[in-house]
Design a binder for this molecule. Sequence first.
Ligand code: FE2
Length: 485
Amino acid sequence: MNRSTRRELIGAAALGAAALSAPPALGRRLTSRRAGVGPGRFLDGVASGDPGPTSATFWSRLSTSRPRSGARLIVARDAGMRRVVATRVVPTGRSINGTLKTRVGRLKPYEEYFYIWESGNHVSDIGRVRTLPDPSSTQPLNIAFSSCQNYSHGYFSPHNAAAAEDLDLYIFLGDYIYAEGRRQQPDDPRADTFNANDLRSYRRKYRMYRTDEALRKLHQAHPTVHVWDDHEVENNYTDNKPAPSPLQRSAAYRAAFEWLPRRVTPSDRFRIYRSIQLGRTAEVFLLDERQYRTVDDNDRPVRLLGDEQYRWLVNGLRSSQATWKIVANSVVIAPMDYGGGPSMDSWGGYENTRTALLTELEQAGISNVVFASGDAHVYMQNLLASDQSVFASDPSHRPTAVEYVGGSVTSPAGQRSEAEVQARNPWNRQYNSYFHGYGHMALDGANLVTEFRASDITRPDGGSFAFERFTQPVGTNSPTREHLV
Ligand SMILES: [Fe+2]
């Protein structure tokens, strides 16, 4: 049995996957008549997000005809929901599309909790969440990441495999929805034919995506975080002429806040960049690579992150006490050239920001910075330096940082061979444009082990296998590669 299969089985057993799918036998009334709780059904699943050592955000959605209503959250230590640690009546209404979201504190570090939502006449599925380790903990960790789940192009079967693993955090790196629909093509297993461009249609889009059973299972099993890329608003929207209106952008951001289990920064309504401390083992820096992009007077891209976020990132990387500094990066940072020059819609179009950041890391001597990247629809492993050309003259040059691009859940890529890619991009160490799935990272004080996993996306229950493994010893910035198939 290979390592990932064993780990998946252990994960599935630890979760009690079967117990998660049905409402619990509570031995008491299943519905709530408390003040503030109305009738309605939980048809869109449950989710947890933005975990901390003593807190997490809990999510669901109440389908009801009432303009204003509410539901009750119950959090317990056991899947039978007997050892209750918190309950909370949470209001909702049409103004927030019936979504329910609340943050619960005073939980214990690195403990597993279960939760349900009750209405006047319905009980949700049981969700499961584990809080993060105490900030001083050196607990080994498992995280997974993916991007680019296009509903038309396949089933989100990679999420079934991720749901069955024992994960501490799942990171969505963008393109959680595709605002653009399309006429169904012969190869499309399912249809998404409408374009989202206002609040109503963005909400409808999230609702349709959540009908995917594997996506619901993933949210039910693990705490998630999400950074958006372009398709949560519109394809390449920062560079569009004309760009989508401020009204359209804020409708898209608003729907993403309603439908994902993310925390709100009260003073900064649509802020999504922040860092998450996973004990001393890792710190995850979530970046917003869309909202703050700037261009110069001639419309040339200048700054990818905006000044404030850039300073926040550099200060955060400098002061981080964590062994591994994981950057949740929605667009690729290595300036990949496939014959037409670097893509202008990634860090490649913002050469100054890329060079400045990597120069900071070099000058400050910050090791173990790892970019987990989305957007490209391919799996890649790239070495990074402020001057990428050093890898052409000296293939054994010590990299400044490392990038892992975790494929796409379903979105297709132009197909190229690894040899073809490496001929133009000497910093590339692996490339696969054929498979779909996600990336998995096992982190401890000695190593970061990254595996690329692939699934059959033509079937809702498509199986999963690991096909590449990279072992990166601490302090080296140099992974070694193993082919697993
Ligand atoms: Fe994408």
